[in-house]
Design a protein around this ligand. Structure first.
Ligand SMILES: C[S@@+](CC[C@H](N)C(=O)[O-])C[C@H]1O[C@@H](n2cnc3c(N)ncnc32)[C@H](O)[C@@H]1O
Length: 280
């Protein structure tokens, strides 16, 4: 189990550089923006963004009408990037100045220890669950989330869907080539998968080659162990935490979830359940 909640800990590369490379890839993701705008509009104005990373979703949450956004992440380097994203954007800076945005460095598996001190109508966990080590850690997360949700609060668990999961091991190959400050960056990755009762376990390693200003190449390796819970395993953990899966979608356009779905989105309601209350 990863002891640290920082996905860049134990990697042999500068975390700030890894965070910059992370954004190079993730900042292109915008297709979920409208979905999150609408979820805020529907589910309430106080939002807990679990595993908020570099704050990619803060703008759409504000556009949807969020009055308070608390982002929690285990990576100090990604939160530094979130701060500079906010500092570089007038709308975000005004919102931060008005006390609408708070970023918390901490482990989502131990939300109770973070002294968050407020409750939320909407919690979102986008791309977070695969970073946990399995059902036990997911249960710790969900019990913590439940205690931070208002009685009618909603949690959205949003991860890659069945169609995006690897069906075989993938040998080392080039994923992408991009430009960073006018210089080429190439990412290669390899992946090994294992079916387990609780879902798919994936060992994912990347090697990024980034051209330095002097033309030499910095080679940046990193590796992650990921867990893609089966639908059954996830629904079980949700129930154990005293919550209930209310809706399931296979895309941000609210398509039905099926084997060809690109996403798996669980809309989870904080149910009044004795089981969940006992565990808290
Ligand atoms: C795939 S990224 C998603 C970021 C963001 N939600 C988005 O959609 O752009 C997963 C995030 O979860 C964070 N994370 C992983 N495990 C964590 C933990 N135990 N506690 C806090 N954050 C964690 C990582 O640092 C990373 O920012």
């Amino acid at each position: 189990m990863p002891v640290s909640s920082d996905i860049f800990a134990d990697q042999p590369t500068d975390p700030d550089l890894l965070a910059e490379l992370y954004d190079l890839e993730h900042d292109e993701l915008v297709e979920d923006f409208v979905f999150y705008e609408e979820m805020v509009d529907r589910s309430g104005r106080r939002v807990l963004d679990l595993g908020c990373g570099s704050g990619r979703l803060i703008s759409p949450l504000l556009r949807g009408g969020a009055e308070r956004i608390v982002g929690v992440d285990g990576s100090a380097a990604l939160l530094r990037r979130a701060e500079s994203r906010i500092g570089g954007d007038e709308e975000l800076s005004i919102a931060k100045g008005a006390g609408m945005i708070r970023l918390v460095l901490g482990d989502v598996r131990a939300l109770g220890s973070l002294d968050i001190g407020e409750t939320f109508s909407l919690a979102i966990a986008v791309g977070l669950l695969p970073h946990l080590d399995g059902p036990e850690e997911a249960l710790r997360l969900l019990i913590g989330v439940r205690s931070l949700l208002q009685p009618d609060g909603i949690l959205i668990i949003d991860d890659v869907g069945p169609a995006q999961l690897p069906s075989r091991d993938l040998p080392l190959s080039v994923d992408w080539r991009r430009q960073l400050q006018g210089r080429e960056v190439v990412r290669r990755s390899e992946l090994m998968r294992r079916e387990a009762p609780e879902g798919l376990r994936v060992a994912f390693s990347t090697i990024v080659d980034a051209v330095r200003p002097d033309g030499t190449i910095a080679r940046l390796p990193s590796s992650h162990r990921l867990w893609y819970p089966s639908g059954v395993a996830l629904a079980k953990v949700v129930a154990e935490a005293g919550m209930a899966v209310e809706l399931q979608y296979g895309s941000h356009d609210l398509d039905r979830l099926g084997p060809d779905s690109e996403r798996r989105i669980f809309v989870v309601r904080r149910a009044a359940s004795a089981a969940g209350d006992r565990k808290r």
